[in-house]
Design a protein around this ligand. Structure first.
Ligand code: NAP
Length: 209
């Protein structure tokens, strides 16, 4: 008898805010790699602060829950938010692997999915050698994007092109700040949450002075 085998994806991102590009990417990667689940993991402390004000970790988490709740393959984990401090992918994967222990003879195969721009910088992340021991890496990018190969062993990573990734969180934040529409770029519930909380208005939010 063959031991049970589960394949679990971890979708890492700041999700400030989550949009349809992220959701299409997660769905396509689930299909391509025959994943059973995709766990969206909003970062704790984002790595970079740009000129636009960003949402708090709790608001990014809530938007991610709103966006993913209807899809039975998708779930959201709080591991990076509850650990606090800057998010290191090595810790994300270690914490999730500790939570999802295989049952009996079951084997769990892990995939870490994020933007190709982020994965291109993996040489400067904490302990890339440990990360590729913990999960297969999947770099998602938009068509026409010049992909910079990460300094990782062949076979430890894959690259997937996602047309819908021409939508970007940076563009959505800029549109909100300029008072332009964001309809259909992201789930309606997330757009309503942004309005309700007054997120991404110039001079507001946790990034503001
Ligand atoms: P980022 O620099 O904000 O994003 C870089 C690019 O990738 C942007 O174009 C972004 O578009 C896109 N992107 C980010 N997450 C994506 C996703 N899940 N699916 C599709 N596109 C995505 O990246 P970040 O959010 O800070 O970090 C991404 C992940 O890498 C996080 O899980 C983070 O913890 C991890 N990371 C780890 C380390 C480390 O361990 N030292 C260092 C850096 C990043 P959008 O803005 O539209 O999302």
């Amino acid at each position: 008898m063959t031991a049970a085998h589960r394949r679990i994806g971890v979708m890492g991102g700041t999700f400030d805010p989550i949009h349809h590009g992220h959701l299409v990417a997660a769905s396509q990667v689930c299909h391509r790699f025959a994943l059973d689940y995709m766990l969206f993991s909003p970062t704790g402390q984002p790595w970079h602060k740009d000129a636009m004000p960003g949402a708090s970790a709790e608001d990014r988490y809530l938007m991610t829950v709103l966006a993913t709740s209807a899809d039975p393959r998708f779930d959201v984990t709080r591991v990076d938010i509850e650990r606090g401090g800057p998010t290191y992918t090595k810790d994300t994967l270690r914490d999730l692997r500790a939570q999802w222990t295989p049952q009996g003879a079951e084997h769990i195969e892990w995939f870490f999915v994020t933007g190709a721009d982020a994965i291109a910088t993996i040489g400067s992340w904490q302990d890339p050698a440990a990360i590729v021991e913990l999960a297969h890496l999947v770099a998602v990018s938009r068509p026409g994007h010049t992909f910079v190969e990460p300094p990782l062993p062949a076979g430890s990573w894959s690259w997937v092109e996602i047309p819908a990734l021409s939508i970007s969180s940076t563009d959505i934040r800029s549109r909100v700040a300029r008072g332009e529409p964001i309809d259909y770029l992201l789930p309606n519930a997330v757009a309503q949450f942004i309005t309700k909380r007054g997120l991404y208005q110039t001079g507001q939010g946790p990034g503001a002075a």
